[in-house]
Structures are given as C-alpha cells and as structure tokens.
Design a protein around this ligand. Structure first.
Ligand SMILES: Nc1ncnc2c1ncn2[C@@H]1O[C@H](COP(=O)(O)OP(=O)(O)OP(=O)(O)O)[C@@H](O)[C@H]1O
Ligand SMILES: Nc1ncnc2c1ncn2[C@@H]1O[C@H](COP(=O)(O)OP(=O)(O)OP(=O)(O)O)[C@@H](O)[C@H]1O
Ligand SMILES: [Mg+2]
Ligand SMILES: [Mg+2]
Lengths: 222, 222
C-alpha cells in the first residue's frame, strides 16, 4: 500500500537526510518510526505525504507515484489520502482552533462545523478553547488542534510526527485510544516517536539512524 | 530568591490561567513544575521571566519587583537574570543556529563565537549544523539551539519549558547532565515538564492544576 524504493533525500546544502530507504507498509498497518534526533524521520514522513520529493528513488502509495507529484497533483493526493500531524503543528495563526480544523474540511470537501467540533471534543480540547487563536492556546492544546485537523476528513493514512510530545499523560492516553479506534476501522498509521511506550501501541517498528533503516521488527519485539 | 505572592493572570478573553499562586524558591534550588496541559505552567514561567505581567499579585526576584517591569526595564532584568528555553523554541528564522546563540550574547554583553560554538557542542548539536537555519534543522536540533541560547550567557536563573520534549533518549541525558552541572555551580532552575523521569532530577516538585497550586513536595517524594 505504501512503498519506498531506494529513497534518497539530499538537501541543497548537501545534507543526506535519507540515504537509500526501502520499505513496504500494508494497508491497515500501524507502524512506529523511531530513531535518534536528526535520523530523517520527519523527512521520511514528508516524502510519503507528498510534501517534498526525493532526490532519488520512488515513493508509491496505492499505486500512485507520489515521488512524481507536484503542485495541484500533490495537493489532490494529500487531500484524498493523508492526514498529517506536524511535529511543529503549523496551525494558521490568524484562524481559531475551530477554523483551523474547518479549513481542512474546506479543502477536502465541505466545511461541517458540527463534525469539526466533534473531533475537537474527541481529542480532549475544552470547548471554551475552540474560539482561541493558536497564540492563546497552551502547547498541548495546540497539538490537539493539529491532531483534530489531521483526523477530521477521516483519511485512509495518518502521518503523525511525535503527536503526543506536548501532551500530559491523560491527554496522551485519550489520543492514543482514538488512534486505536481509527486503526480498528482500517486506517494505516505511520507514527514517528522516540517514546517506547507510544511505539508499543504499533504493530511494527522501524528504526532510522543517519538516514538509513537499521531495524525492522515484525511483529513488535523489543 | 524567587517569590510569587497571590499571582493572578487573567487573559483578555477572560481565561484565568493563574488563579492566586503563592510560592517561594530559594537561590540555587532546582524545582520541577508539573501539571496537566493547560494548567498554567508556561504562563507562570512567562511571568517570572518578566515577559508578561500578572493581572494581580506580585512576582519578586532577588528583591526586584518583576511584576512592575515593562519595556527596557524588563529587558534589562531578563538580560541579567534569566535564560529562557521556550516550549515552542522561538528561534529567529533568518539567523543560523550559531547566529541565534550569538544574538543572545550580543544583547547580554558581547558576541563571542568561540563560546557560542562551545555551548552548541555541549548540548550535542553536530558542528556541521551550526550554519543551518531553523527550517533546515530537525525538531530535536532546533530544541538544542534553544537550549544553547538560554545557557550561553550563564544566567543565574534558567527557566526551561519542556526542554527535552523533542529529544531522543541520548540527547535528553546529555542535556539533563548539563543542567546538573550548571546547578552544581549554584544556578536556580525552574523546569516545566510532564515527564516524571525528568522531574525526578529536581530537588522539589510543584504541581499546577487549572491555575492553582495543588501539590508542593519537599524534598522529592512520589
Ligand atoms: N531543509 C533542510 N536543509 C538541510 N538539512 C536539513 C533540512 N531539513 C532537515 N535537515 C537535516 O536532515 C536531518 C534529518 O532531519 P529530520 O527532521 O528528518 O530528523 P528527525 O529524525 O525528524 O529528527 P527529530 O527527532 O529531531 O525531529 C537533520 O540532521 C537535519 O539537520
Ligand atoms: N493569550 C491567551 N489568551 C487566552 N488564553 C490563553 C492565552 N494563553 C494561554 N491561554 C490559556 O491559559 C491556559 C494556560 O496556558 P499555559 O500555556 O500556561 O498552559 P501549560 O500548563 O503550559 O500547558 P501545556 O502543558 O499544554 O503547555 C490554557 O488553558 C490556555 O488556553
Ligand atoms: Mg522530526
Ligand atoms: Mg506550556
């Protein structure tokens, strides 16, 4: 369903963030992507999400050559296939929490305020925070808005980059339970984390180090 | 050394982020500030750092009425007393990692490239990343630049808001060991975290919930 073939990503300044990655992910799998800081985890997620293109190699999703997509073709792919939770959230500063979630709906199909509210409740955001701007939200509240935004269109693939890093224990449990529910409905989840207790929820773990795959454990085995 | 007296912070939209906080921190203490997402931890740090002023109550640091400081008086206080590691890093996007650290030196006294480089090495950033801009750094690399920037002027007080949230295990150990060394030299550390293994390094833990102090454990006891 998701396949990387000899993927290389070299940034303009010569940094080789991914150095020949090959992996295959089944539809409906939940995979944890681990590895040290700077290993290339976020880079890998960006390439699978069609946000950037590899320097070499191929990225295939549902038989679509994602590595060749640009501009509106890439936007269409993302709209139909992926929900992305960014490590730095990337919320729109001049839109409220609710508007940030509804913006994703607008680009996907049609805004639906009731549904946007429902998803924000599901991730545990207090309803009186829905009208706050990102700057008026705590770190953990911003992260929850980013999660809601990625989930609201019910995408077949969830790309989650350290999705609970700013959450306290209780909020983290809420979010992971939510991921477990959508996974049970057939979603494919790629979750970047350096926390073993989060990675444990996945069915399989892959480990990156200096742009290379160093470990693929299947099924989960530590 | 650091004292809050009945501190209240109410944001313009009516959110009462801090609801009457009173606490006293000795010079040279390492205190962990814990509590759920939205509890008011970042807000408390901002008030102690003179980045914002309380709605009511007083913040005293070394007998300076920090709650009354504005503009250049507040900037002078920060320059002389605090190094701040922000939860969202807040690096200057158009300056490199090294320049971001040297900017803090420039505002404090005088730029010193050798020393800036030394601190970046101490936090574990690879030297070939020193010339990268924040957008060209991984999440963990950006966080390390933010840490270096807070430490480079050797401030008497370190205000650290989730300083290792984006770091892998090894980098986290490096940073915490570094904090332990500066603490041994007499620094006062206020560290916001929701990770018990990080809080454990502190001498004392205070817990916030909905803008109030609910627990003060002294000495460390769980
Ligand atoms: N635009 C860029 N230009 C140059 N180098 C980059 C760029 N973006 C990232 N890098 C480098 O590529 C490497 C991989 O970055 P990436 O963000 O994928 O790491 P990561 O595994 O997500 O790390 P972390 O756990 O710290 O978030 C890093 O060492 C980083 O410095
Ligand atoms: N500018 C603002 N205007 C209105 N409300 C705000 C503003 N900034 C923060 N808040 C609210 O104040 C409360 C406390 O925020 P704060 O950032 O201090 O929480 P925190 O304890 O640091 O949380 P986290 O662990 O999620 O970072 C939050 O519920 C937040 O929604
Ligand atoms: Mg990353
Ligand atoms: Mg905070």
């Amino acid at each position: 369903f998701i396949e990387c073939r000899q993927v290389v990503k070299e940034y303009p300044n010569g940094v080789r963030a991914l150095d020949g990655i090959s992996l295959a992910i089944e539809r409906g799998e939940w995979v944890a992507i681990m590895g040290p800081s700077g290993a290339g985890k976020s880079t890998l997620l960006h390439l699978i999400g069609g946000l950037d293109r590899p320097t070499a190699g191929e990225v295939w999703v549902d038989r679509i050559p994602v590595h060749t997509l640009e501009g509106s073709a890439a936007a269409d792919y993302r709209r139909n296939y992926v929900g992305i939770i960014f490590q730095q959230f990337h919320l729109v500063p001049y839109l409220t929490a609710l508007e940030n979630v509804m913006l994703a709906q607008y680009f996907h199909s049609v805004p639906d305020e009731a549904q946007a509210r429902r998803v924000l409740e599901l991730v545990g955001l207090a309803s009186d925070r829905f009208s706050h701007y990102p700057a008026q939200l705590s770190g953990g509240e911003q992260q929850r808005v980013a999660i809601a935004r990625a989930l609201v269109n019910d995408p077949p693939i969830l790309l989650a980059d350290e999705p609970t890093g700013s959450l306290d224990h209780e909020a983290e449990q809420t979010v992971l339970a939510l991921f477990q529910r959508i996974h049970a409905r057939g979603k494919t989840i790629l979750l970047v984390t350096h926390a073993p207790h989060v990675a444990r929820r996945a069915q399989r773990r892959i480990v990156l180090e200096h742009g290379r795959l160093v470990d693929v454990a299947e099924p989960w085995a530590t």
